[in-house]
Structure formats: C-alpha cells, structure tokens
Design a binder for this molecule. Structure first.
Ligand SMILES: Cc1cc2nc3c(=O)[nH]c(=O)nc-3n(C[C@H](O)[C@H](O)[C@H](O)COP(=O)(O)O)c2cc1C
Length: 330
C-alpha cells in the first residue's frame, strides 16, 4: 500500500494534490466533485481585498488616500465596478461554512491582497467561519514604476495577518521579484507556515489580422513548471516553512519532480480545466504507479531528495546564463 500523505502548513494531507484557487473552487458542487476525485485540499477562489473594502466604504476612502497600490493602473478597481455585489463578503464566508460542512478535506480560504492596510480583521472572520488555513495571494503590480518597496509590503501584510489569526497562513507570490531568494527567506520569517511558488498571470498578445489585443494564455502549458522547480529546489532546505509548487503542473511526473525538489504539496488549476476534474484520480493512480515502480512506500521518502543541498552539483540549479555554461551548443 503506497502512502502518498504529506504535511503542508500543519495540515495533514492524504496526498500532495491541492486544487489551486480558481473559478473551479468557487462553488460547492465543484468543491465536492474535487473531493470525490481525490484532491487532498482545496484553495477557494480568492476574495479580493477591494471586495472587502467595498463593504466598508469609509475604510476604502481611507485606504485610497494611500496611493500605494490604488494607482490608476489597478485592475482591481475595475473589478469593483463590474462585479461587486453588496453581500460578497457574506457569500464568501458562507462558502467556507458550506465547504467545511459538506467535505472532509482541509479548506484553505484565499484573499487577494494589495495593501498593508489594517483590513486584516477579515482574516479573523475567515477563521471564525471554519477555514482550516488562509492563503494570501499578494499582488503588487510589477508595472508600477515608483520606488515603493514592494518586498517590504509583502512582509508587512503577512506579519499583520499572522498576528491576527491562529490558523496556518501561507503566501502565494509571483515570479516578479528583484531577489526572489531574499523575499522567500524573509517571508518564511514572518510567521507564515507556507509559501506558494508561483502565482501565474495571463498576458496579452496581438491579433495580427484584427490589429488588436487578445488574451493569450488563460491556462498554463506543461512546460511552465521548470522555473517553479528551480526555485523549490533552491529554497526548500533553506527556509523554515513549507513550499507548495504552482504553475505548469499537468502530470504525475511533474508532481514527483516538485516533491523531489522539496515541495510539500502541489497546486493545480489549468490541468483541471483542460482535462476535467476527474483527471485527479488518474494523476493519483500514476503517482502510485511511479512510487511502486521505484520501490518507494511513502511520499516522504522522496521529498527533497533532489533539492539543491542533496545533489552532487548544487550549482546546477543556479545556472541561468547560456553564454557561460552552454557555449558548446550550436
Ligand atoms: C481561471 C483561473 C482563475 C484563477 N483565479 C485565481 C484566484 O482567484 N486566486 C489565486 O490565487 N489564483 C488564481 N488563479 C491561479 C491559479 O491558482 C494557479 O496559481 C495558476 O493558474 C497556475 O497553476 P496552473 O498552471 O496549474 O494553472 C486562477 C487561475 C485560473 C486559470
């Protein structure tokens, strides 16, 4: 009997597959379907900080005085105009309650944060609604040209929240940092028990016939896991909190690779859209087959086996430039 169980941010997971925050985790029917197909935990669709503030208009006016992130570039202000309903906040809390009542797996709530304002009371409400953990999806827009210290804001938001709640808190970050290793290290010292590497954003493309912008890539492809693999391998043994891999994980092989690099769990979204929620059971079967074929009984036997510290050539994970190392390629 293969034991795929793992521990992530203090939660006992029956296997390493977590349904990442997405439209698929926004309603109870899908959440139940994800559970019945075997996912070990679910990260609910994020509630946006602006949605919370919308409910507390005075607070919102206060926050907007701090032009930090509420620049004209903030897409999320558009989001407010289009989508906000009065009762968004309560609907979200109700989803948590329902998911807890109707499933047995850990439910991780998710907040999309953009400021370090004292909005963190909402984190308390999430805890009271029964969420097993909270993931902070911190998004500070990298196109901001000011010299504001985004890394500092990440740290402050996380510290504020971890002070307020007693459930585990993880932080999901983007790939866009000047010094990712430094940010990951600092975040691991904030009280967060996990870091998710990395969030993914869709990017615009250009339609050459219509000469207009199109949205290119709602979903990841199966090669996008490589940068995540590098950073999981580089950081997993250097920090004192768990790492979850996210982006480009479409197969059991990729899941195994992320665990070998040192991830405690993986989060998947695109593959659920492209292959269907049922595909989780195929991934689980393939994970077991790989373990059996390679004579492993426990997932923990392979966790971190190929992290930077464990391999013969630790510099291999750090190599970035073609010129120096691959000059022989023609
Ligand atoms: C349709 C869609 C909606 C998403 N919504 C959220 C969200 O609300 N909050 C969040 O943290 N990530 C969100 N994500 C990002 C995913 O959680 C995940 O990190 C990303 O898609 C990379 O994983 P993948 O390659 O398995 O898709 C969304 C992704 C998709 C495809």
């Amino acid at each position: 009997m293969i034991d795929l169980s793992t521990k992530y941010i203090g939660l006992h997971l029956k296997n390493p597959i977590i349904a990442a925050s997405s439209g698929l985790t926004a309603n109870i029917e899908n959440i139940k379907k994800l559970e019945s197909n075997g996912v070990a935990a679910i990260v609910l669709k994020s509630i946006f900080e602006e949605e919370i503030l919308q409910q507390e208009k005075d607070l919102k006016n206060e926050v907007q005085k701090d032009s930090l992130i509420y620049s004209e570039l903030s897409e999320t202000l558009d989001y407010i105009d289009i989508h906000i309903k009065e009762d968004t906040l309560n609907v979200y809390l109700e989803l948590i309650r329902k998911a807890k009542k109707e499933t047995l797996i850990p439910i991780i709530a998710s907040i999309n944060c953009v400021t370090n304002y004292e909005w963190t009371d909402f984190a308390k409400k999430i805890e009271s609604a029964g969420a097993d953990a909270l993931e902070l999806n911190i998004f500070l827009n990298p196109v901001d040209t000011s010299d504001k210290d985004f890394e500092k804001t990440y740290i402050e938001i996380t510290k504020n929240v971890t002070k307020k709640v007693s459930i585990p808190v993880s932080v999901k970050i983007s790939q866009y940092h000047t010094k990712p290793a430094h940010v990951i290290q600092k975040l691991s010292e904030t009280g967060a028990t996990g870091i998710v590497l990395f969030n993914r954003f869709y990017t615009p493309d250009i339609n050459l016939e219509k000469l207009e912008l199109t949205q290119a890539n709602h979903f990841s492809n199966e090669n996008e896991y490589l940068n995540v693999l590098r950073w999981i391998a580089l950081m997993s043994k250097k920090i004192n909190c768990d790492l979850a891999a996210s982006t480009g994980i479409h197969s059991a092989e990729t899941i195994i690779k992320q665990i070998l690099a040192g991830a405690s769990a993986v989060q998947i979204a695109s593959v659920l859209y492209s292959k269907g929620i049922d595909y989780v059971s195929v991934l689980l079967k393939e994970l077991e087959n790989w373990m059996e074929k390679h004579n492993y009984n426990y997932l923990n036997q392979i966790k971190g086996k190929l992290s930077q510290e464990k391999i013969q050539d630790p510099a291999a994970f750090e190599r970035m430039q073609f010129m120096r190392y691959f000059s022989g390629i023609e």
